[in-house]
Ligand binder design. Structure first.
Ligand SMILES: CC(C)(COP(=O)(O)OP(=O)(O)OC[C@H]1O[C@@H](n2cnc3c(N)ncnc32)[C@H](O)[C@@H]1OP(=O)(O)O)[C@@H](O)C(=O)NCCC(=O)NCCS
Length: 134
């Protein structure tokens, strides 16, 4: 049975194997991951028993804007509605009910997010990547 949690009680040892599965999150260190977990505003995770099988996190002012980052479902668990439930739990999270606009970046998962009501008609994003300026 898959269960969901909004506890920040996740260790980097549990999370890094998930991050290793995606090109955009592989190579993250234990120290940076510990810091990220402590300083994210809302964290949603999916578990089968003690195994972490899904993750997503939110940075927000709790009123006007929230951004969703690092959404990832274990490859062995994809296609089982876990990602959908995890995003719904973020959108419905009690601490985020006042948030006017949720924002996220995705290179190739637009179809997944569109099923959840996200739109890509407002393409206003720009990025500054420190790795390209050093
Ligand atoms: C994208 C991701 C989070 C989706 O999670 P998931 O648990 O596999 O998705 P679900 O089972 O909830 O799928 C929900 C719907 O989205 C569709 N979907 C899932 N992944 C998709 C994809 N890559 N492309 C198009 N549609 C997709 C499913 O077909 C399903 O539609 P259906 O109900 O009509 O069959 C997951 O595949 C993942 O972690 N991918 C690798 C990491 C990644 O790229 N994360 C996104 C960063 S923005």
């Amino acid at each position: 049975m898959i269960t969901f949690s909004d506890s920040k009680d996740i260790t980097p040892q549990q999370l890094i194997p998930l991050f290793e599965q995606a090109q955009w999150s592989c190579g993250r260190t234990q120290d940076d991951t510990t810091s990220m977990l402590a300083q994210s505003d809302v964290i949603l995770s999916a578990w089968e028993g003690l195994r972490l099988v899904g993750f997503g996190r939110v940075l927000t002012d709790y009123v006007f804007r929230a951004s969703i980052w690092d959404v990832i479902i274990d490859q062995q668990y994809q296609g089982r509605d876990i990602g959908t439930q995890l995003i719904r739990q973020i959108l419905d999270h009690p601490s985020l009910v006042k948030v006017e606009l949720f924002w996220l970046c995705t290179r190739n998962k637009q179809a997944f997010y569109k099923t959840l009501g996200f739109s890509d008609q407002e393409q206003t994003g720009m990025v500054w990547d420190r790795r390209k300026h050093t």
